[in-house]
Design a protein around this ligand. Structure first.
Ligand SMILES: [Zn+2]
Length: 212
């Protein structure tokens, strides 16, 4: 369901451009709203959420999909933790398709899916690992890196039950907005993938806005 937000960017308390292939890590407090903008279109925002006070509590695709009875995320979706608590709720969405089944790209999956020589290409998992290494203040370790959300990524389920990485349906300026129900660490990899269409074969910037 496509729902526009009434929030105005000029009233946001912070606005951050995440360059193509870069990462974003920050805390969003309970009651605050975060918007992720697909600035130029067809970008994928590979996202993880953690309880800011206890990183053992984190976003759970399994609990979220089971409780809403739908494999895609959209307006109204409660993003649940591995303890069944609501971490954030999607309150606006102008894209209409967000995946949480496909996982993130990594050196290993690039090698298996594409070619041995893709092993050294930049990946989302490497972005997350760099983020937590450069920001030890968030208390995350590589054991905390698990299954994620791919905002703006189109991973339709085929009639045979498989997954396909399809052409994106997002476009310039489309966004997804969430209200935090607890203090959360937001960790985003702006996907640098060049071997499939999840970033339109041309990674581009994201913008992150936060409102009180
Ligand atoms: Zn990726």
């Amino acid at each position: 369901m496509l729902i526009e937000s009434s929030r105005r960017p000029e009233n946001a308390t912070s606005r951050t451009i995440v360059d193509a292939g870069d990462y974003y890590i920050n805390i969003v407090h309970a009651g605050q709203t975060i918007r992720i903008v697909d600035v130029e279109g067809n970008e994928a925002a590979d996202t993880l959420f953690f309880n800011a006070h206890d990183s053992a509590e984190r976003y759970s695709a399994i609990d979220t999909v089971r409780e809403q009875g739908n494999v895609y995320l959209g307006t109204g979706t409660n993003l649940l933790s591995n303890r069944g608590n609501v971490m954030l709720t999607i309150t606006a969405d102008t894209c209409g398709r967000h995946d949480t089944l496909g996982g993130a790209c990594s050196s290993e999956s690039n090698t298996v899916r594409y070619d041995l020589e893709k092993r050294h290409m930049h990946s989302c998992r490497d972005n997350w690992m760099l983020a937590i290494a450069e920001h030890p203040e968030f208390g995350l370790t590589k054991r905390d890196i698990t299954h994620n959300i791919n905002f703006f990524m189109n991973v339709p389920i085929t009639p045979e039950g498989g997954l396909s990485f399809a052409e994106g349906i997002s476009g310039p300026g489309k966004y997804v907005e969430m209200r935090a129900a607890m203090d959360v660490v937001v960790l985003i990899s702006n996907c640098p993938q060049l071997n499939n269409p999840c970033s339109g074969f041309n990674p581009t910037p994201l913008e992150i806005l936060i409102w009180q």
